[in-house]
Design a protein around this ligand. Structure first.
Ligand code: F3S
Length: 407
């Protein structure tokens, strides 16, 4: 790989040990993917922040980089941690875990990383524009950034994203190159999509098709008439979870769709496919569930406003987590939504989520509107899952169905 003078200086250790280590990681990665050169990045999102995933080895790695003088050179934010940094006791997190999690976040802070822990950095100020090269490590955010914003990022791992932050570079391969962004297969959607979970189900159906294609994982989706930001974040999270797609094009909706013709290979998706996908993610009755969560990916302020509207003057009868980024929670505080939501007995779980928090064994059945949460709740935490439309998830927390909620 051809390195610039500055990149060579980083590799030679002239800019400190941490920068050297970071450049070594990127050069090794570039060699694996046959990158010809590095590309400057303007934004980084680091995943692998939960102490539940990192453990002592991860914390040690961070401490080494921090003590080696590592400093983020570009705007860098964090993925969800294993707990709400302000409200962890109310969520039943052990003090010993909290102490370790704070050490992780502090190590990032000392490296100039903005310690906003969210998987929707594009809702809280880390918003790359069209064509911008970035290095993001949260899969749902990667898919959203590539597809909806038109930015360019591979699915980084935690170490390679941190290395990009410390050097301001990433190897030029994969999604950074024009040729790899062309669609390979067309999905014709013949179904009405109304709710977030419809988009999540669509992501699962398309994702599972893509798994059987050899490296041709960029889909071109037609037949979706409109999609909100929230629906696109659900779709992005689902298609990357079930199919590994870091990029999709959606006709008349995503910016790069206009640059391509729909590929000749076609698959039709019907309403029956979506019903089938939803039923695969639903195991049991919401009334018997013991855990309810909204916010995978992290909630927008519009979604939090809707939850507050539905919970106004009511009491929840189940453990109900509202997961979002801290800046969005601050807006909710200001608007009075937090007060309404907490008065109902529901709990904010800012900075974290129902997947990365250490809650395995605490609950048996999760109700959610998120196809991605269903996948990981079942796989990581061994919960049964029930997928519902957004409003019905709130009704489930209230112990009833639409129109028969507890007061
Ligand atoms: Fe975000 Fe956690 Fe879902 S990191 S995308 S809320 S699994």
């Amino acid at each position: 790989m051809k390195l610039s003078g500055e990149e060579q200086a980083m590799l030679a250790g002239e800019q400190g040990k941490a920068t050297q280590k970071a450049m070594e990681i990127l050069v090794a990665l570039g060699a694996i993917y046959d990158a010809k050169h590095m590309v400057p990045v303007t934004s980084v999102q680091i995943a692998g922040v939960s102490y539940d995933n990192l453990g002592e080895a991860g914390l040690h790695f961070l401490t080494e980089l921090e003590q080696g003088g590592g400093k983020a050179r570009v705007l860098t934010t964090l993925n969800p941690a294993g707990m709400d940094v302000e409200n962890w006791q109310a969520l039943g997190i052990e003090a010993e875990f909290a102490e370790k999690q704070i050490q992780v976040i502090d190590a990032f802070a000392r490296m100039n990383v903005i310690t906003t822990c969210t998987c929707t950095p594009y809702l809280t100020g880390n918003v790359p524009h069209f064509g911008e090269h970035i290095a993001w490590a949260e899969s749902s955010a990667v898919c959203y950034a590539n597809s909806v914003l038109g930015a360019r990022t591979n699915r980084e791992g935690g170490p390679s994203a941190l290395a990009a932050a410390l050097t301001g570079r990433t190897p030029a391969y994969g999604m950074h190159l024009d040729g790899n962004r062309a669609p390979k297969i067309t999905f014709d959607v013949r179904a009405d999509l109304v709710e977030n979970n419809d988009f999540g189900a669509l992501g699962k159906v398309i994702g599972e098709h893509l798994q059987f294609m050899d490296g041709a994982s960029v889909p071109y989706v037609r037949g979706v008439e409109e999609a909100t930001l929230e629906q696109l974040k659900s779709f992005a999270a689902s298609i990357v979870t079930y199919g590994g797609a870091a990029l999709f094009h959606m006709e008349d909706i995503t910016p790069e769709a206009t640059q391509h013709d729909p590929p000749g290979e076609r698959v039709m998706i019907t309403a029956a496919d979506l019903i089938g996908a939803k039923s695969e993610m639903t195991d049991g009755d919401a009334e018997d569930a013991d855990f309810v969560s909204l916010g995978c990916p992290h909630l927008s302020i519009k979604e939090i406003a809707r939850i507050a509207e539905l919970l106004e003057g009511k009491r929840v009868v189940k453990e109900f987590w509202i997961t979002t980024g801290r800046p969005t929670k601050h807006i909710a505080d200001k608007m009075g939504y937090t007060h309404t939501i907490e008065a109902s007995g529901a709990k904010f779980a800012a900075d974290t989520c129902c997947v990365v928090a250490p809650i395995k064994g605490r609950f048996s059945t999760l109700v959610t509107d998120s196809a991605k949460a269903c996948y990981y709740a079942a796989g990581k935490n061994q919960f049964q899952t029930i997928l519902k439309p957004f409003d019905e998830v709130v009704y489930a927390a209230l112990g009833g169905r639409k129109g028969e909620t507890a007061q």
